[in-house]
Design a protein. Structure first.
Length: 360
């Protein structure tokens, strides 16, 4: 059963990476903000803080609140100062049926009739949370596959039968059909890190056997002989606790979903580090653009034109590497052995494939 991502403040506080003294406020921050339906916690934090993921460093709740780990429409987030350090507090709001305001008092029971708000926008990542997404060579070799279809049609649509070879005797009745797509490669070594798993269709298995029979429930593209049949994950969203990685991470964006050339907020990207590098869902990484190479104005007249009779020296003018510049942040939401999927949360300048990501 689907459940919304919740932002557990109690657990979130355990992931401290900076002190409150290091937290910068958004120059346009309000003094308070009333939560409305459709909000998410990352965006709310961004109203107050320059770096939204640093929310736990400045979070304080009213001790009278029974469930501070959940924030609801009608609640009020307030900004205060304690010894020169910013603090964000929570005041419960909302109304009981009939219009009576729910007051914060030890003698008054809190009552909620809405779901708490999510930590991040789920629309951008929902489709990526249950599908395999990344396959290894071993996955491809071992997976059951499509061997044919009803009436040998070239295009198989909803309601048609397909035949699957290699399904185990005990298997889920609902399965996904996938096709191995592009190879994810490490930009530095060229090593294959995995294969994109392209979603093709969903099946319901109606009869098991050496050649199992399945009925196509829905199809994104035509089903071909050799397509892989794999289990679908449960339609459940994990809880994300934004934090810096436990160890230093140096990675690059190696692909962007949907193949766009310029990456912006809420785009999903693939990076060339995963579980083997210690990354976990909820880790926040900063995106950096490599500094441009420019001519060295101080050395160019002396070295570049120092040849015989003023001819330029071989190799061109000396070059300077400008410092890398921070371009945005991403939230890792799905990890595999050597790659991870991340949601770009915000950008300060255009982001591109091969930009670097590091600890924030």
């Amino acid at each position: 059963m689907h459940r919304k991502t919740l932002f557990s403040m109690a657990m979130f506080l355990s992931f401290t990476a900076v002190s409150a003294a290091d937290v910068a406020l958004n120059p346009q921050h309000p003094q308070s903000y009333t939560v409305v339906r459709g909000d998410n916690l990352w965006d709310i934090a961004g109203r107050f803080l320059a770096q939204a993921w640093q929310w736990p460093e400045v979070w304080r709740v009213n001790p009278q609140i029974q469930n501070p780990n959940r924030i609801y429409p009608g609640d009020v987030i307030t900004l205060t100062d304690l010894g020169g350090h910013p603090l964000l507090g929570l005041q419960r709001g909302g109304q009981e049926p009939g219009g009576r305001l729910v007051k914060l008092s030890p003698a008054v029971r809190e009552s909620r009739h809405e779901d708490p708000i999510a930590s991040v926008s789920l629309e951008a990542i929902q489709q990526f949370l249950t599908q395999p997404l990344v396959l290894t060579q071993g996955d491809i070799a071992a997976a059951p596959s499509i061997v044919g279809n009803q009436d040998n049609h070239l295009v198989v649509g909803s309601g048609k039968r397909v035949y699957v070879q290699g399904l185990p005797a005990q298997t889920s009745s609902t399965l996904g059909v996938f096709r191995a797509g592009q190879v994810y490669r490490d930009p530095a070594t060229g090593a294959a890190l995995g294969y994109e798993a392209l979603p093709v269709a969903n099946l319901v298995i109606t009869q098991l056997g050496e050649l199992a029979t399945g009925t196509v429930v829905s199809a994104n593209r035509e089903i071909l002989q050799g397509d892989l049949v794999l289990p679908q994950g449960e339609d459940e969203v994990p809880e994300f606790f934004p934090s810096a990685p436990a160890a230093p991470v140096e990675a690059q964006i190696i692909s962007v979903i949907d193949g766009i050339s310029q990456i912006g907020s809420h785009n999903v990207v693939v990076i060339n580090r995963g579980l083997s590098a210690g990354l976990q869902p909820g880790n926040v990484l900063a995106i950096f653009q490599t500094g441009a190479l420019v001519d060295d104005p101080q050395r160019q007249p002396r070295s570049y034109f120092g040849g015989t009779a003023g001819r330029p020296l071989v190799g061109g003018p000396p070059r300077l590497q400008l410092p890398d510049s921070r371009a945005g942040e991403l939230l890792v939401f799905r990890t595999f052995e050597d790659v991870s999927f991340g949601l770009v949360m915000n950008t300060q300048r255009p982001v591109h494939v091969l930009d670097y990501v590091r600890n924030p």
